[in-house]
Design a protein around this ligand. Structure first.
Ligand code: SAH
Length: 478
């Protein structure tokens, strides 16, 4: 180890940055998160620096650095983007034994700035001693995904509870409390009630001399998005990581199921046509039952649970049983599909409203306000519409819709087997019969496919560039 990793106390100490260009600004982004007093000395001053000085975030001098500027400097960052000036400042610092970091110049640096994962006060610093910056960034990305957003709040909560825990418990009990706390209770209380309330709940329980047991069960109704796991929200990811039981619909992509915590029990409660189907009452009972056993339950639904998700019956059952629950939104098929074909769902001068409609309801084909939907320029996203396509087409034409209205059907949007079919209203019913659709598909009425034929190639190129390369160091050099 050529470099010793340490964390330096910079509270109320001065850090000097020599230089005001792009590199200095990128250093400043990290420095300003610290409690140090930051002084920037640069001959050329950008508007951004001026704004920072105006808001008292930094002290700013528009001139060259002089030896006196170093009088109370704890650390110096050199980023003049001028090798002679960098050298001059580095020499001044070394004469006074002040630690310096010269951007992109290991020879003129005493220390390296690591890549950091910031969950203040939990900070993970990653460095490769300058050997493989790209690898460092990849490691950072992995750790970012691993650490909950609330990790910092958890550490702060532990710090604020520590005195209380010390007065309430003997040493052995204390250890048991902290084990419980970090094994999940702390994080769950924060996720559910926020850090302040979590503190209050724990503070009060500890006063009664009780080691809190795991909180009661909880149900998260989570939107799984259209299929691509990268389109999950961070909260959805976190819920999948913590689940004891996951009840999921048939439309949930296998790649998302693969993300669920390994120890969790998985139940497919889909209503498979022809196969074994769960009745809604049984799903409700399973949710309530698992939560009452103290389990963390995830009810995973495709897209957004609040859009044609039959979520109300489940919410009613949870409320009736006084089970605590939350709803985590997801990306609905209509917006995912629009993104895939590059066509905006609302456009100035064309449509001021967007209809999300279903092709089916309990009684069969769903009736709509067809006259309104037939007006030129109207955009509707039809869910569960494949079987009802002929009916929809007939109703719209009957109410005066233009037979040339563009229609785009997207099957398996964002999944590996995605398919896009472009047609127009006059052909819709016919097309739906001849093209066999086996996956879920959404019909975008009034929208044409605007995706560039190059888009796929470009996207592939982009994904390749983002994917892990076996030669990070080489790439960096190239
Ligand atoms: N809550 C879901 C909708 C459930 S209803 C959402 O917000 O997307 C089921 C219908 O959703 C399907 O019949 C189909 O019309 C649509 N759908 C779901 N996933 C889809 C996908 N990946 N691609 C296209 N349509 C999809």
């Amino acid at each position: 180890m050529n470099y010793l990793p340490i964390f330096i106390d910079v509270r109320d100490r001065r850090i000097v940055v020599a230089g005001g260009g792009r590199m200095a600004l990128s250093k400043l982004r990290t420095l300003l998160k610290s409690a140090a007093r930051v002084t920037v000395i640069a001959s050329v001053i950008s508007d951004e620096l001026r704004d920072l000085a105006a808001s008292d975030a930094i002290q700013l001098f528009a001139r060259r650095l002089t030896p006196r500027d170093l009088d109370d400097a704890r650390l110096v960052y050199i980023a003049n983007e001028d090798i002679n000036e960098d050298r001059r400042v580095a020499t001044l610092c070394r004469e006074r034994d002040i630690l310096v970091n010269t951007v992109d110049n290991a020879g003129m640096s005493d220390f390296i700035s690591p890549a950091i994962v910031d969950r203040d006060p939990i900070i993970v610093a990653i460095g490769s001693e300058g050997t493989a910056p790209l690898l460092t960034r990849q490691i950072k990305a992995r750790i970012e995904a691993l650490l909950d957003i609330d990790t910092g709040a958890l550490a702060r909560l532990a710090a604020s509870l520590r005195p209380r825990v010390r007065t309430c418990f003997a040493a052995a009990q204390r250890r048991s409390f902290w084990r419980h706390f970090f094994a999940g209770i702390g994080a769950r209380l924060i996720a559910r009630h926020g850090a302040d309330d979590a503190f209050r709940v724990l503070h009060n329980t500890l006063g009664d001399g009780i080691v809190p047991s795991d909180p009661t069960g909880h149900v998260s109704i989570v939107g799984g998005g259209p299929g691509d796991p990268e389109l999950l929200t961070l909260r959805a990811r976190r819920m999948l990581d913590r689940a004891d039981v996951v009840l999921y619909d048939r439309l949930i992509d296998q790649r998302i199921i693969d993300l669920v915590r390994r120890e969790a029990v998985l139940l497919e409660v889909g209503k498979t046509p022809g196969g074994h189907s769960w009745r809604q009452d049984d799903i409700n009972a399973a949710l309530v039952g698992a939560a009452r056993e103290g389990q963390q339950v995830v009810r995973l639904k495709s897209g957004d649970p609040m859009v044609f998700g039959r979520v109300d019956e489940e919410i009613d059952a949870l409320q009736a049983a006084s089970v605590s629950y939350e709803i985590v939104p997801g990306i609905t098929s209509a917006t995912a599909a629009a993104a895939r074909i590059g066509a905006s769902l609302t456009r100035r001068g064309r449509n001021r409203a967007l209809s999300l409609i279903t092709g089916q309801d309990t009684a069969g084909y769903a009736e709509q306000d067809w006259r309104a939907l037939a007006i030129p320029g109207v955009v509707s996203a039809i869910y569960m519409g494949i079987g009802a396509a002929r009916f929809v087409q007939g109703r719209l034409l009957l109410h005066g819709a233009d037979p040339a209205t563009p229609v785009t059907v997207i099957e398996n949007a964002t999944r590996v087997d995605e398919r896009v079919l472009t047609t127009h209203l006059a052909e819709l019913g016919q097309q739906m019969t001849t093209q066999k659709f086996s996956g879920p598909a959404i019909i975008l009425l009034g929208l044409a496919d605007r995706s560039d034929s190059n888009q796929l190639t470009q996207r592939l190129g982009h994904e390749l560039a983002l994917s892990e390369s076996p030669f990070p160091a080489l790439l960096e050099v190239g």
